[in-house]
Ligand binder design. Structure first.
Ligand SMILES: [Zn+2]
Ligand SMILES: [Zn+2]
Length: 64
């Protein structure tokens, strides 16, 4: 079970079971442009590379 982490869209603290932020609807998972794999945001530190295939993933969009 994942712990709390911050929404990349609005900064609201969410928790691991959610797929979308309850405040702004931002998806709380990342999708790899290379292999299509998805993973969750981990706290405030986003993955920079796909954990499955190593493709570089664009940083989360912050703010607007
Ligand atoms: Zn949000
Ligand atoms: Zn990948």
């Amino acid at each position: 079970m994942a712990g709390p982490f911050k929404c990349p869209g609005c900064g609201e603290t969410t928790w691991g079971a959610l797929n979308h932020c309850p405040k702004c609807g931002e998806p709380l998972t990342r999708k790899c442009p290379g292999c299509g794999g998805t993973w969750r945001y981990i706290y405030e530190d986003d993955y920079r590379f796909c954990p499955s295939c190593g493709t570089k993933v664009e940083p989360a969009r912050l703010g607007r």
